[in-house]
Design a protein around this ligand. Structure first.
Ligand SMILES: [Zn+2]
Ligand SMILES: [Zn+2]
Length: 173
């Protein structure tokens, strides 16, 4: 969805629509969309600046980094951005620190779909967890811990090493 900024109404533009993205476009590799993305966006031009404000809402399925189970990850996130024309970046000789986070638009156009996708990707945690208290998998049998006690004797430290030692002793006798 491309917006020509020279055709923006003076009072700005209000959009409310659903976007469908292939899950492949997400930064989180194993994430899958369970719902389309509901977006509310208002776009307003102030001189050469474009103010883009809005909200993205959807539900995704993530894989927990500890127990490796899929879990639902709802997103409901607001954003508020100012985009500058790319020519402004090119005019500058020096690229200072402050500009590193700046957003630019190209050829007097704004791709709303791209903005939405980027904002969505920014909401993802670095390490998705089904819950903060997820205990992961049993180090001995690999069973998901929250699904119940598997009965394994696990000492938090080096349980595998202990098992190896016992095996070696057995061989000697
Ligand atoms: Zn988990
Ligand atoms: Zn176990």
């Amino acid at each position: 969805m491309i917006i020509d900024i020279d055709k923006l109404p003076k009072d700005g533009l209000e959009l409310r629509r659903n976007f469908e993205f292939p899950s492949l476009e997400l930064v989180e590799e194993e994430a899958v969309f369970l719902q389309p993305v509901q977006a509310e966006v208002s776009i307003k031009r102030v001189d050469e600046e474009i103010w883009v404000k809005g909200r993205v809402k959807t539900v995704l399925s993530f894989i927990c980094a500890r127990c490796l189970s899929p879990f639902e990850y709802p997103v409901d996130s607001a954003f508020d951005l100012v985009l500058l024309p790319e020519e402004m970046r090119e005019l500058k000789d020096e690229f200072d620190e402050e500009d590193a986070d700046r957003l630019f638009y190209r050829s007097r156009r704004i791709d709303v779909r791209e903005v939405i996708l980027e904002q969505l990707n920014l909401t993802f945690p670095a390490r998705p967890l089904c819950s903060e208290s997820c205990e992961g998998l049993c180090a001995v049998c690999g069973k998901i811990r929250r699904e119940g006690d598997c009965g394994c004797q696990v000492k938090e430290t080096d349980s595998r090493l202990e098992t190896l030692k016992i095996l070696k002793k057995d061989k000697r006798t």
